[in-house]
Write a protein that binds this ligand. Structure first.
Ligand SMILES: Nc1ncnc2c1ncn2[C@@H]1O[C@H](COP(=O)(O)OP(=O)(O)OP(=O)(O)O)[C@@H](O)[C@H]1O
Length: 334
């Protein structure tokens, strides 16, 4: 099922939870809506599901305007964060609830719990309960499945495993999926495209790779976890950043720039134009994450190879790798 959201706004009194949102989701596509708390993700999902009437705009499913159609007649499935299984029913009873004709055995094997039908819900682990909730959401064979923080309650290891399973399942079923998450890794792992929301508006739409490589604004860059973002003044192809000078392909003038931590090259032996002192060095398995204090500049984050990482208190020369600098659009207003 294809989805088209056009000009959708939702107002609560004078507060705009959604402001003029435009979104197209193609049939079979998996789209993740990503954004900080309160940015309007759940409200968008609720509008598409029919649980929240928009103050303006239209929701179109497979070419049909469903803006005024009640939720149960839209043919969409919903799975909420608190998956709210009935604890007094067994697993099969939960899936059958409201879906009398559901093929419980097939649904359970689909979610990897083939023998769980007679089990009491309370005896399942959190991850197993999540899968039962998913089986229940899939029971009416929705053509559009919407998930609100589908893995929200689970610990990280389980989330990472389940997100891969979910992705494979959606590809296999060919279901169109709109999923809300505040976790960028989860969105990237799950979706063909991600939508980043900020303050009720769409800040960026693109493939995970596009969004990662070229954040559309300073807000998106920071939301993705990049902290080395500052305004640099560019002259003759060189940007003067608070952390040193680096070549950039940008017109003269002030530009917000992002310096990827992997592009911060630290050296203990070479003298350099710019020096700093290592304030924090955190071992992160495949790399060491270092924070460098340079006089008069914000703390600079560097990702260093484990074998050559400097230690706390060391003075280091700092160079910036031009290949790891991203010039952000100047009109980033958030
Ligand atoms: N019924 C309502 N009345 C008033 N304000 C509301 C209502 N529903 C949502 N809001 C507000 O709208 C904003 C967006 O809420 P929404 O639940 O869509 O955010 P979200 O991005 O899903 O956040 P989270 O990640 O915390 O779930 C929030 O500031 C919220 O307080």
């Amino acid at each position: 099922m294809s989805l088209s959201v056009s000009g959708v706004s939702v107002r609560f009194g004078s507060f705009a939870a959604l402001a003029d949102v435009e979104l197209e989701v193609a049939e079979h596509e998996v789209v993740a809506v990503l954004g900080p708390s309160g940015s309007g993700k759940s409200t968008l999902l609720r509008v598409v599901a029919g649980l929240q009437e928009p103050s303006a705009g239209r929701v179109v499913l497979d070419g049909v305007d469903v803006t005024k159609v009640p939720p149960h007649r839209r043919g969409v499935g919903l799975m909420f964060q608190d998956h709210a299984l009935f604890t007094h029913k067994d697993v099969a009873g939960n899936i059958r609830f409201g879906n009398a004709w559901a093929d419980v055995a097939s649904l359970l094997s689909l979610v990897g719990l083939p023998d769980a039908g007679p089990r009491a819900v309370v005896t399942l682990s959190g991850g197993e309960q999540q899968r039962v909730a998913l089986a229940r959401a899939l029971a009416p064979s929705p053509k559009l499945l919407m998930l609100d923080e589908p893995l929200g309650q689970l610990d990280r290891e389980l989330r990472e495993r389940l997100v891969v399973e979910l992705r494979r399942l959606f590809v296999r079923l060919g279901t169109t999926v709109l999923a809300v998450t505040h976790d960028q890794r989860e969105a990237f792992a799950l979706a063909d495209r991600v939508v980043v929301m900020a303050g009720g508006r769409i800040a960026q739409v693109g493939t995970p790779r596009d969004v990662w490589e070229q954040p559309a604004s300073e807000f998106v860059a920071r939301f993705l976890g990049f902290t080395n973002v500052a305004t640099a003044s560019v002259e003759a192809g060189t940007a003067a950043t608070p952390w040193g000078r680096v070549a950039v392909p940008a017109a003269p003038g002030p530009h917000p720039v992002l310096v990827r931590p992997a592009g911060v090259l630290l050296s203990v032996d070479d003298p350099g134009d710019v020096t700093g002192v290592v304030e924090v060095a955190t071992f992160a398995g495949e790399r060491v994450e270092v924070l460098v204090r340079i006089d008069g500049a914000p703390l600079l984050e560097a990702h260093c190879p484990v074998v050559s990482a400097p230690t706390v208190g060391e003075t280091v020369a700092v160079r910036l790798d031009p290949a790891q600098i991203v010039v952000l659009p100047r009109n980033s207003s958030e």
